[in-house]
Design a protein around this ligand. Structure first.
Ligand code: SF4
Length: 77
């Protein structure tokens, strides 16, 4: 589907995963148990650069545990 078909308001956007899974195992969790793995900052930066090159200015991070390591993401911001 063309990029222009995905938008927030008039701004094209896309989804991105910087990590997968979760290191915890809460008894009430409805998510399947997937070991936590995180991409490198360089890998994330490369994908964001590709996305920006497509004219996309908004990214929806879909990670289950995006804020698990705030210091890591401060390195990206
Ligand atoms: S995703 Fe949330 S609820 Fe599920 S195991 Fe991880 S921390 Fe617990």
């Amino acid at each position: 589907m063309p990029v222009k078909n995905y938008s927030i308001g008039k701004n094209p956007y896309t989804f991105l995963l910087a990590s997968r899974g979760c290191p915890f195992n809460c008894s009430f969790c409805g998510k399947p148990l997937v070991p936590y793995r995180r991409r490198t900052l360089k890998s994330i930066e490369n994908e964001v650069d590709q996305i920006a090159g497509m004219g996309i200015r908004a990214v929806d991070f879909e990670d289950d545990m995006l804020n698990l390591d705030i210091a890591f993401f401060r390195g990206y911001a």
